[in-house]
Design a protein around this ligand. Structure first.
Ligand code: TDO
Length: 186
């Protein structure tokens, strides 16, 4: 497994080797030893999967609040996504920074995202499946987010936003909860 740093924020693009033969392919999608040897401490406690039926849909931006911030390993297993993470850690040298990555189900590239980031994505294909390993259990009372078009962050999405959930339209402004965001912007 190869780990390429995403900036210097502690997130990585992870490339599990794909073994191909006449039948198709084989890929390891999680390897505790490889992560440990590389120096990433991550213990998966939950696995999630979502199917998004249409291209252009946005899910996010989501995070879980303290004291149960969640690290994630994210993989697109069918279709393609434009993935966005935002560093929300107040004490981070890269706080407020936005990082984008394209993930393609044919390549199987994954992302490791440390605790304290917000995450969202836009689908670039119909019938897209995204799978996550989560470092924290889901705690509904701490589940939080901000709008995909929050002006304090200024995320630019590659395609017109064709759909988004009612919940994702209801998030309050990020700067209300993270005052340093208002001052610094993204
Ligand atoms: C995240 C989550 C949701 N749910 C429930 C809540 C709701 O009824 C239903 C769908 O939830 P959502 O609309 O939040 O699903 P979704 O928008 O796909 O949420 C996901 O978005 C991406 C961007 C992430 O980073 C993920 O961690 C997760 O937050 O599933 C769980 O039961 N367990 C969970 O762990």
């Amino acid at each position: 497994m190869r780990f390429d740093p995403i900036g210097d924020c502690g997130a990585y693009r992870v490339y599990p080797p794909v073994r191909r033969d006449d039948r198709g392919s084989f890929q390891r999608t999680w390897c505790a030893v490889a992560f440990e040897e590389f120096g990433i401490t991550f213990k998966a406690v939950q696995g999630n999967s979502s199917l998004t039926k249409f291209r252009g849909i946005v899910r996010g931006m989501h995070f879980q609040r303290a004291p149960r911030e969640d690290a994630k390993v994210i993989r697109c297993s069918r279709g393609r996504i434009h993935d966005v993470i935002v560093d929300l850690r107040a004490d981070s040298g890269t706080r407020g920074h936005v990082y984008v990555n394209e993930l393609d189900g044919d390549e199987g590239t994954m992302l490791f995202v440390p605790a304290g980031f917000a995450h969202g994505f836009q689908t670039l294909s119909d019938n897209t499946v995204v799978e996550y390993l989560m470092g924290e259990s889901y705690v509904p009372e701490l589940y939080d987010g901000f709008r995909y078009d929050d002006e304090a962050v200024g995320i630019s999405w590659p395609e017109p936003v064709r759909g988004i959930s009612e919940n994702d339209l209801r998030w309050s402004s990020l700067a209300e909860r993270f005052p340093w965001f208002r001052a610094e912007g993204a």
